[in-house]
Each structure stands twice: as C-alpha cells, then as structure tokens.
Design a protein around this ligand. Structure first.
Ligand code: FAD
Length: 360
C-alpha cells in the first residue's frame, strides 16, 4: 500500500487529498497544515467575510467528518520542517516523522511586507477578522497596492462608509494582469464610488488603518533546504513534478514554464491533476488558467494569460459596465477579461481549452 504526504492544507493540498479518494486511491493520505483551522477557501477573506456578509463557519471546504469518512489523516497546527529525500521521510516540528511514496508540496505563499510598522496584511482568516474589527473602529483607511486584494479591500471599506485612499506604485491599477482599458475602467469605478486613488506613488497617506496588498512570496524554504530546484517559486515540469520525481509542487508555491499563478483554479486543478497522476501515472498538465475578482457590484472574470504585447479587441459596452476584452497573439485568442459578462467568460474558457487540445 502506498502513502501520500501532503504539506500545506490550503486550496491545493485539500484538493489533492479529496481527489485522491475520488480517484479510488486506497493508500494512506496525510494532510499537514500549519494553521489551526479546517482547510478553507481564501477568496471570501477580502470579500464576503471582510464585509461581514459571511461567517467563518462557512469557509471550510468540508466539515471535520469528511476527513474521517475518507480516511484522510488531517494534522492541523503542525509544521513540516524538513524532508529526508533519501529515506522519503518528512519531519514535523513536533518531531513526528512521516514516510512517503509521494510527497506533495502545497505550501502556498506568504505576504510581502513593507518596512513600516503597524501595517496590516491579508492572507488568512485571522488577518481578515483583525482587519474587519480595525475597519469598524476607523474613519480613514490607507491601502497600499492597487492590485486585486487592495482594491477588493478598498471596495469593502468604502461600503462601510470609510474615507479610503489607495496608493499604487505603477501607472495603472492591476497592471500585472489586465489591459489598460480594464485598469482605466476600475479606476473610474473606484473614483465614482468615492475611493481616492493615487497612481505612481509609494507615499502612504496618514490614516487610522493602513493595509498593504503588495504581492506574495512563495513558501519555498522546505523545498530549497531539501535541494530541489527553486527560483522565486518551486520549479516543476509539465507533469508538476519537482526535480525529484517523487515530489510534486502545486498551487501558489510552484512555477511551471516560467509562470507562477496565484488562483483558486490553478491550485484546485493542479491538485486534481496530481491525484490522477499518482493513481494513473505521468501526464501533462494543461488546464486553462482563470480568475475572478469582485469590486463593488462589478465582477471581473479572466481566462487565459494576457500580455501587454497582445492585440486587444473590446466587445460590449464600457459605459454600461458590461464588456469583454479579447487578447490576441497573431490570430490566436490568448485571453479574455470579462466585466459583468459571465457568458463571455464561460465561452472563452471553452474556446481556450479547445485550442490547447491536440487535433487529429
Ligand atoms: P494556500 O491556500 O496559501 O495554502 C497553503 C497552506 O500551507 C497554508 O495554510 C500554510 O499555512 C500551509 N503551510 C505552508 N508551509 C507549511 C509547512 N511547512 N507545514 C505545514 N503547513 C504549511 N484566487 C482566486 O482565484 N479568486 C479570488 O477571488 C481570490 N481571492 C483571494 C483573496 C485573498 C484574501 C487571498 C489571500 C487569496 C485570494 N485568491 C483568490 C488566491 C487563492 O486563494 C490562492 O491562490 C490559493 O489559496 C492558493 O492555494 P494554495 O493551496 O497553493 O496555498
């Protein structure tokens, strides 16, 4: 009977464990998580949970009983501290050691921090609850970083009637991920809702609460100390294996083909893929990336990976807040960003998936 040890009980780690049982894997599964909470979803932390519209009890993917019923040994509040690759063994801070046939690293990422005291960050449940309670007391809020998380927090704080200012170092919002027309749309949206946006700036305005959303650092230290190939993230091949074929890396901690993604889709699809590979053997991972963000009453859904070098075409109406931006590489569709247009998003995902699958 073979054994799988999964380090990191977030989106990717949970999905791997659940999918292994769906794939009828009958060996042992151990899921190790440093946090105290049952594995849970993070997107509501900057949306419904922060807005007080969802409670903590609704965040876990599954109740405790799920792990019992599926013979998944869930070890919470436990940190993996080293990997003995020669003996295929993981050591925990509690000094427990676990043998594996396959090891899955799903250690996620941690927030980048500013060299400034008193700034709040958002990555886990406790952060979200702490920010919520600070927002309730505050009248002014400064947000550093005009990326997805900073803007989602800005929208929630504004809905709580706070004075909100966002500072962004780049020339436009969400510049790493969307075309200028989408950045411009969100700038207007936030300004029309009363958020003050300062571009090209790193100067933090004085405020009762300062929250930074300035990106993440993948948790690579365990892999690095074990001698696996690592750059900013853990490097994996087309089958999501690290430089050791018995060790996979997935989700926010991993990088494939020079691409590092931070999304629910990426973590969940990679977890499913690794489970299938453990049961059925090596296979190429080829899922279409997608992502969403909710700000005020606007939903942005993204499919594929866009680049500034792509030619763009807009369909729909920017004024009516319902449009999609299509990104082309030559004649080939590379990505689509849809604003309040879920049907475009669904169609784009299908088109992008079909164009990846080999024909004939
Ligand atoms: P994580 O979910 O971070 O899980 C990694 C886990 O591993 C953590 O619990 C960590 O404590 C644990 N760990 C790390 N090292 C060890 C160790 N040595 N031993 C034991 N445990 C360890 N994505 C979207 O697609 N749409 C959204 O709208 C969206 N909103 C988001 C909002 C917020 C506030 C945040 C923080 C993220 C959001 N994301 C969103 C991103 C998405 O949640 C992540 O990409 C996803 O959670 C990544 O899953 P993961 O399993 O790789 O990492």
């Amino acid at each position: 009977m073979s054994s799988v040890v999964i380090v990191g009980a977030g989106q990717a780690g949970f999905q791997t464990a659940a999918s292994l049982r769906m794939e009828k894997f009958d060996g042992s599964i151990t899921l190790i998580g440093e946090e105290q909470h049952l594995p849970y979803q993070r997107p509501p932390l900057s949306k419904a949970l922060l807005a007080g519209k969802q409670d903590v009890d609704h965040l876990p993917f599954r109740p405790q009983q799920f792990y019992v019923d599926h013979s998944i040994e869930l070890m919470l509040a436990q940190r993996a501290v080293s990997i003995d690759r020669a003996n295929r063994r993981v050591l925990l801070a509690s000094r427990t050691s676990l043998d594996y046939d396959f090891l899955v690293l799903a250690t996620g990422a941690r927030v980048r921090q500013l060299p400034a005291p008193g700034v709040l960050y958002l990555r886990d449940i406790d952060d979200s609850l702490a920010i919520r309670s600070r927002l309730e007391q505050a009248s002014s809020v400064a947000i550093v970083g005009g990326g997805f998380i900073g803007l989602e927090v800005a929208a929630v704080a504004r809905r709580m009637n706070k004075n909100v200012a966002v500072v962004e170092a780049q020339q436009r919002l969400m510049s790493r991920s969307v075309a200028p027309v989408v950045s411009e749309f969100f700038l207007r949206l936030h300004e029309s809702e009363g958020v003050k946006i300062v571009l090209n700036s790193t100067a933090i305005p004085p405020a009762d609460v300062t929250i930074a959303g300035i990106g993440v650092l993948p948790n690579v230290e365990l892999a690095q100390a074990a001698g696996l190939d690592v750059r900013a993230a853990i490097l994996v091949d087309q089958c999501l294996r690290t430089s050791d074929p018995n060790i996979f890396a997935i989700g926010d901690c991993a990088e494939r083909n020079g691409v590092h993604l931070e999304s629910v889709q990426n973590a969940a699809d990679q977890g499913k893929h690794v489970a299938a590979e453990i049961v059925r053997g090596p296979a190429k991972y080829d899922a279409v990336p997608w992502f969403w963000t909710d700000q005020f009453d606007v939903k942005l859904q993204m499919a594929g990976i866009s680049s500034p070098r792509h030619r763009t075409e807009i369909q729909g109406s920017v004024e009516e807040r319902k449009f999609s931006v299509y990104y082309f590489e030559g004649e080939r569709l590379a990505a689509v960003d849809s604003i309040n247009s879920p049907a475009d998003h669904v169609k784009a995902r299908k088109t992008l998936q079909l164009s990846r699958e080999p024909t004939g």
